[in-house]
Design a protein around this ligand. Structure first.
Ligand code: PEP
Ligand code: MG
Length: 586
């Protein structure tokens, strides 16, 4: 595809309710693929000289970065300065540099290939030592190595920091951890090649209110120029490059409409989420990163139904200690001014990775089914203890609840409860201020086995939260973050709906609150079905909350119940979609 000024429309998956216009920048988040080439013996000296030139260029780049970093606030300048010094040290006489030179001579391969082999060997040795700090040093070696590779390959490096304000970030892939770094006040939108509608990158983009299109054609992105005028249509799933004047006018009108829509929704902030026949629904917010708390007053949430604590472990080299976690959690509890906050314990694994936990993470071929979430927390109870203690201490300042992710059996909840009781007793003994009552301990219902044994789980849980994002993924065996099979990721598959109905009924029979905190809660087309199935509490991204409140206020519970009954009598997903789409609120 040539990008010479003509309008190009690329289609992908629209994953957030917004449209943004701005210059697009292709950000290199992935490392470049270095070419492998064999050398003749007489070429090796020239190759070493080429490598040495690239190392000198890397030293100049790092020196320039260090000069730039002095303009940062003191703490940040010190932190980055230390990192750059460490990287600089790796460029002179280190094992990396010596190793690469030796490999060029011995293996008779090009410098790029020698660097890749050497960093794999060093990082592999570091990884064998199960220590997060050492694992992070392995990542440093990799970064330095790829800086040299990029120079050798003449691939310019553009990081998120280099994208000017108002720019649109284009990338092959943006991980959930990287998405968490995207400040919607600075970036207009995002567009990527990889990523599915329910992956955590999509969830984060929605939470941040950042227009996003994922699953675009790779070839199209690779031939982009930096600064190409672009429009991200996160509703229709389009990326328009070099939009014509007519297209620009069309999108300007749509952006005006969205603004008017938002103004109408903002008026609902103080009104209750109540159906036309008087059923009150509790609407809470999902939160990933503490700074999102600023959006909560505007959305009218009645507390936080899901705080994904794993994001506190991302984009850093060390595991946050109990005190640091407490400092973050207490800010959230205080900001909610008496409204309850549900902290979910560490749900790391799958597409959510944190290098600080490197030594603990599952590197198997199938991490979505591996050691993750509650399984990891029970295997490494020191992680769970620090979380429980921090949450209970934060509970001194307002009501808190604790939610366990990816529970499969009642025994996991019982084991976690024993640890919680032990932590409670220890805090009491230490006379540390904490929640007056032991916080309610709830279970995520997001694995089919948990849904099918919901009655036994309800007997040992204080509440349920339905995690439909994973429940769908594990029921229909479709990776939620994979754009290739996104069309098969269907919340309306009757198997999913039956598991949901079964667990909602089991929770209600046991008399415990049942909420839904998966993305199904944020789709207004599904609101009537969820209420009809018995849901009275929902937790969703702040950006979607007013729209759902509007939907609730326009429908009658009695009507929703007959709608749900009709849907649950069906077995064909297409027919169910038809019924759901044609539901009329009045
Ligand atoms: C879910 O699986 O539905 C959920 C809410 O948790 P997460 O999206 O963080 O996996
Ligand atoms: Mg989940």
């Amino acid at each position: 595809m040539k990008n010479d000024g003509e309008e190009i429309v690329l289609t992908g998956l629209g994953v957030s309710h917004g449209i943004a216009a701005g210059p697009a920048y292709l950000v290199q988040i992935e490392h470049p693929q270095p070419p492998d080439a064999a050398l003749e013996p007489e070429q090796t000296e020239t190759e070493i000289a080429r490598f040495d030139d690239a190392v000198r260029q890397a030293q100049r780049e790092l020196a320039a970065l260090k000069r730039k970093s002095t303009g940062l606030p003191d703490d940040a300048a010190e932190e980055i300065g230390l990192l750059l010094d460490a990287h600089m040290a790796m460029l002179s006489g280190s094992r990396l540099i010596r190793g690469v030179r030796a490999r060029i001579l011995r293996d008779q391969v090009n410098a790029e290939s020698a660097i890749r082999r050497e960093i794999d060997s060093i990082a592999g040795q570091f990884n064998r030592i199960k220590d997060a700090y050492i694992a992070a040093r392995g990542e440093d070696v990799r970064n330095v190595g790829y800086r040299i590779i990029r120079i050798l390959m003449n691939v310019p490096y553009l990081s998120l920091d280099d994208v000017p304000p108002g720019g649109i970030v284009l990338a092959l892939e943006i991980s959930p951890a990287e998405t968490a770094l995207l400040d919607p006040r600075r970036f207009a939108g995002i567009a990527t090649v990889y990523g599915g509608p329910a992956g955590h990158t999509a969830v984060m983009a929605r939470s941040l209110g950042l227009p996003a299109v994922l699953g675009l054609d790779r070839a199209a992105l690779e031939s982009l120029h930096h600064g190409t005028p672009s429009i991200v249509d996160g509703i229709g799933g389009k990326l328009v490059l070099n939009p014509s004047q007519a297209t620009q006018r069309h999108y300007e009108r749509r952006m005006q409409d969205l603004k008017a829509d938002k103004a109408a929704l903002d008026k609902l902030t103080r009104l209750p989420a109540v159906t036309t026949d008087g059923a009150e629904i509790v609407l809470r917010a999902n939160l990933e990163i503490p700074r999102e708390i600023d959006n909560l007053p505007a959305c009218g949430a009645d507390g936080i139904g899901l705080f994904r604590t794993e994001f506190m472990f991302m984009n850093r080299d060390t595991i946050p200690a109990e005190d640091e976690q407490f400092e973050i959690l207490v800010e959230i509890v205080r900001a909610m001014k008496g409204a309850p906050v549900t902290f979910r314990t560490l749900d790391i694994g799958g597409d959510k990775l944190a290098r600080a936990l490197g030594a603990h993470l599952d590197a198997s071929d199938n991490p979505a089914l591996g050691l993750r979430a509650i399984r990891l927390s029970l295997k490494e109870p020191h992680l769970l203890e620090a979380q429980f203690r921090a949450i209970m201490r934060a509970g001194y300042f307002g009501p808190v609840r604790i939610l366990l992710p990816m529970v499969t059996t009642a025994a996991e909840i019982e084991d976690a409860r024993l640890i919680l009781q032990k932590c409670h007793a220890a805090l009491e003994k230490e006379k540390v201020p904490m929640a007056a009552q032991m916080p309610p301990l709830g279970a995520m219902i997001e694995i089919p086995a948990a849904a099918l044994s919901a009655d036994s789980l309800a007997a040992v849980s204080d509440f349920f939260a339905l995690g439909t994002n994973d429940l769908i993924q594990y029921t229909v065996a479709i990776d939620r973050g994979n754009d290739q099979v996104a069309a098969l990721y269907n919340p309306l598959n009757p198997a999913v709906l039956r598991l949901m109905e079964f667990s909602i009924q089991a929770g209600l029979r046991a008399g415990i609150p049942v909420s839904i905190c998966g993305e199904m809660a944020a789709d207004p087309k599904l609101t009537a079905l969820l209420l009809g199935l018995g849901i009275r509490e929902m937790s969703l991204g702040a950006a979607s909350l007013p729209r759902i409140k509007q939907r609730i206020r326009s429908l009658a519970l009695a009507h929703a119940e007959s709608h749900a009954k009709y849907v649950m009598d069906q077995y064909d997903p297409d027919r169910i979609a038809q019924i759901v789409n044609s539901f009329k609120t009045q």
